[in-house]
Write a protein that binds this ligand. Sequence first.
Ligand code: DAH
Length: 364
Amino acid sequence: MTEMETLQQDLLKQVENASNLAELDAVRVSVLGKKGIITEKMKTLGSMQPEERKVAGQQFNLLKEAVANAIESKKQSLEDAEINARLAKEAVDITLPVRPETQGRIHPLYQTYDEVIAIFGQMGFELAEGPDIEDDFHNFTALNTPKNHPARQMQDTFYLQAEENGERFIVRTQTSAVQIRTMEEKKPPIRIIVPGRTYRCDYDATHAPMFHQVEGLVVDTVTNMAHLKGCLIEFVKTFFELDKVPVRFRPSFFPFTEPSAEMDIGCSRQNGELKIGEGNDWLEILGCGMVHPNVLKACNIDPEVYQGFAFGIGLDRLAMLKYAIPDLRTFFESDLRWMKHYGFVPLDIPSVGAGLSMTGGNKR
Ligand code: DAH
């Protein structure tokens, strides 16, 4: 083997043995770089005789080309190997189970809350709130239910411990108390919607000691029973998403309204399934009536000039009916599985109640 052949074999081996790109580059510099083996050989051409130079020049060029080609193809294969290794390492394993979902849910009660507020908001009602701890005057007396009035027994009241002066506060049994707080503060025209917590000593599948009501009150100079009916029929249709719904208003009694009524909507109950808006059965959904003159008087509003209507709806009951939830007690058990089933995925839109003006407020 000639000296040239031995050299070429040796250089190609070096190229072949490079195990990564950095090593390969070191080989390249040591062979083809400014002071590389082949470069040094090229420099000797200048001192050769023309004949000798011609032969050597050709040999050097062939050697240079062979080594440069080998380096190029080695480089390509090292790069491919590197990419393949990275792809293997970074591969996404699509057989992995999905991550647990951490997004929360809107409680069906608060979904209902927002829906009711939005519907009455569109009819021009303002949102009002009042305290959970009430006094006897706002919860009963001013609502035409003085002490020893038999109607007080309709509501099983929770009393707080007596104050030093003997006064006993209660947790409100009805949102109707906010009617009084609003009328004390504002002159008519009044149109308010009052969602909130209420309390009574009661516990079974459809009663909880803490539950929710929404109260409505309209007071103006020309308000009559037709307004009351129109407003509530419109509400029921919108809330239950029905084009038509049979309704009936049954005479009833509430101390703070005269006349008083209970509103029923048509439904069917077949094979344990309740369908709202059709059928021959009736479902009671709210109490209502024309505001009793005594209530207006208790708030210094002249009943000769003003009249109004009011209504009270059980919010929990509305939620149970619309979303087919059979047991009220489950609302308050904070069971995450229940929330996942009945809850609502929060949408990235402003709350439907947003934009309503507030009146009244928590005084205590
Ligand atoms: N406060 C009543 C209750 O808890 C519900 C109610 C009935 C409210 C008639 C009203 C109304 O404003 O007019 O049973």
